[in-house]
Ligand binder design. Structure first.
Ligand SMILES: [Zn+2]
Length: 137
């Protein structure tokens, strides 16, 4: 079953079909109904691969959205799904209620060896609680 685009839960079930015959799913966690691949905006495999590489460069989400020509909103959802499928479904305890992640590089600094360091944070958008941190050169 796909990961819920709203809360990132993997507790989703099939729930009928939409008008054009696409499979619809329902999330047990937050009750949201969704279609796995909305036809409104299809992001190709090439773009997804580009985004994967850009994410590894720890460019801000706004920068990646501009470079890959996708909306920031779509990118946010994509990163949320990636994070959710990478961590939550691997058995990390789930926070109560809705978890909305924001990933962005919060700041950069130059360490005492003169190397520029990036700090990449995944935040809960509601509580501003840091749920994941990556520090890279
Ligand atoms: Zn959900």
């Amino acid at each position: 079953m796909p990961v819920c685009p709203t809360c990132g839960s993997c507790r989703t079930v099939k729930n009928g079909h939409i008008h054009n015959g696409k499979q619809r799913f329902k999330c047990h966690q937050c009750g949201r109904q969704f279609v796995e691949h909305p036809t409104k905006k299809v992001i190709g495999q090439g773009t997804r691969e580009l985004i994967e590489r850009l994410l590894l460069e720890r460019i801000s989400l706004a920068g990646i959205a501009r470079a890959a020509q996708v909306s920031e909103q779509w990118l946010q959802t994509y990163v949320n799904e990636k994070y959710a499928s990478a961590s939550k479904c691997a058995g990390v305890p789930q926070k109560k209620g809705r978890l909305t992640l924001q990933c962005d590089e919060l700041w950069s600094f130059v360490d005492n060896k003169g190397n520029k360091q990036w700090v990449w944070l995944a935040l809960d958008a509601d509580t501003r609680e840091v749920v994941s941190v990556y520090i890279g050169a």
